[in-house]
Design a protein around this ligand. Structure first.
Ligand SMILES: [Zn+2]
Length: 294
C-alpha cells in the first residue's frame, strides 16, 4: 500500500523535510510502530544528509549500530537513560528491565542531561518510550520540560495508548496516531463499496452475477488479486452479518456459515489449485446470493 499523505510516518517525514520540527510529539498506537517511528524520527532530526535519516552521514553512523544498553529505573544496576547509538545529542528513556514504571528519577536525570549544552551545537532529541507507564510524579516532572522546552530540543513520547497521560502533557504535544495494522488488503472505502453491492445481491439475477464475475477476466496475476480481495471482503461482510444475527439472538441455522465455508474453499482453489479466477468469482457470488436470497 502506498503511503497516503495522512499516514503517520509520512507526516513525520514531512516535518523532517520541511525542517519545521516542534518541541514535543506524542506518537501513540499498538505494537512497535510508535517506538520504531520515534527512533527513526529523532535520528532524522540530527541527520545532516537527505533523506533524513540518510544512514550515511556521521550523525546517522553514530546513532545506529550499537547494542542497546539495558536501563535500570533505580540506577543501581544500569543507567537511568541512554544515548541512541552513541550520539551525544540523542537520548532514550524507557522503563527499566525489571520495572513496571518509568520512574521520576529517570525524568530528573533527563532534565539534568538537557541542562548541558548540545554537544554538536545542533538540535537534540529525546525519546520517552513506554510513556503511558510514567506515574503522576514522573509526568509532572516531564510536564516542566514540556512547558519550558530547552532550546533546540525535541521530546518524543512513544506510547501504546495516550489514555494514561495527563491532559496537560497531551495538550503540549503534536499528536500522531498509529492505527492497528490492518489484517485486510482492502481499504475501508473499497470494503464499504463492496458491502453495499453485496447488500443487494439477494435480488441479483443470474446474468447480473455472470457480469460481475466477468469483471475478473484477464491476465491471471492481476485478476487473481482482485478475486482474493473479493473473497476477503465478502468474508468480512458475512462475519458482520453473523455478528448482527448473534446480537439479535437469531443465530440458529445461519446460512452465512455455509457461505463462509464456500468462500474458504474458493480461496483454496484460487491460491493452492490455481483455479481460473473468473470461475472462482462466479462460484463465490452464487453462494453469496444463496445466503441472502429468498
Ligand atoms: Zn544522516
Amino acid at each position: 500500500m502506498s503511503a497516503s499523505p495522512s499516514e503517520p510516518s509520512a507526516l513525520l517525514d514531512r516535518c523532517l523535510e520541511s525542517g519545521r520540527i516542534h518541541s514535543a510529539y506524542l506518537l501513540s498506537g499498538p505494537g512497535a510502530a510508535p517506538r520504531d517511528a520515534a527512533l527513526r524520527f529523532v535520528r532524522g532530526i540530527v541527520c545532516q544528509g537527505s533523506p533524513r535519516p540518510c544512514e550515511a552521514c556521521p550523525s546517522c553512523r553514530r546513532s545506529t549500530g550499537r547494542a542497546e544498553i539495558a536501563l535500570d529505573g533505580t540506577g543501581k544496576k544500569g543507567p537511568l537513560l541512554r544515548h541512541v547509538g552513541d550520539h551525544a545529542d540523542l537520548f532514550w528513556v524507557e522503563r527499566g528491565e525489571q520495572d513496571t514504571r518509568v520512574r521520576i528519577g529517570q525524568i530528573r536525570a533527563l532534565q539534568q542531561a538537557l541542562r548541558l549544552r548540545s554537544s554538536e551545537g545542533g538540535r537534540r532529541a529525546v525519546v520517552v518510550a513506554d510513556a503511558e507507564r510514567m506515574n503522576q510524579e514522573a509526568q509532572n516532572a516531564l510536564l516542566r520540560l514540556l512547558e519550558e522546552p530547552p532550546p533546540q530540543t525535541t521530546l518524543v513520547l512513544a506510547t501504546a495508548t495516550s489514555a494514561g497521560l495527563l491532559a496537560t502533557v497531551r495538550s503540549r504535544c503534536q499528536r500522531v496516531a498509529f492505527r492497528p495494522p490492518r489484517a485486510s488488503a482492502l481499504d475501508d472505502p473499497d470494503l464499504a463499496a463492496l458491502a453495499a453491492r453485496l447488500d443487494s445481491i439477494g435480488q441479483a439475477a443470474l446474468p447480473d452475477l455472470l457480469d460481475w464475475a466477468e469483471e475478473y477476466r484477464g491476465a491471471r496475476a492481476q485478476v487473481a488479486e482482485g478475486v482474493a480481495a473479493l473473497l476477503e471482503g465478502a468474508s468480512h461482510w458475512l462475519r458482520q452479518r453473523v455478528a448482527q444475527a448473534v446480537e439479535r439472538g437469531a443465530a440458529d441455522d445461519l446460512r452465512e456459515l455455509d457461505g463462509l465455508r464456500v468462500l474458504a474453499s474458493c480461496r483454496r482453489n484460487l491460491v493452492q489449485r490455481n483455479a481460473n479466477p473468473q470461475m472462482v468469482a462466479e462460484r463465490a457470488l452464487f453462494a453469496l446470493r444463496d445466503v441472502v436470497g429468498p
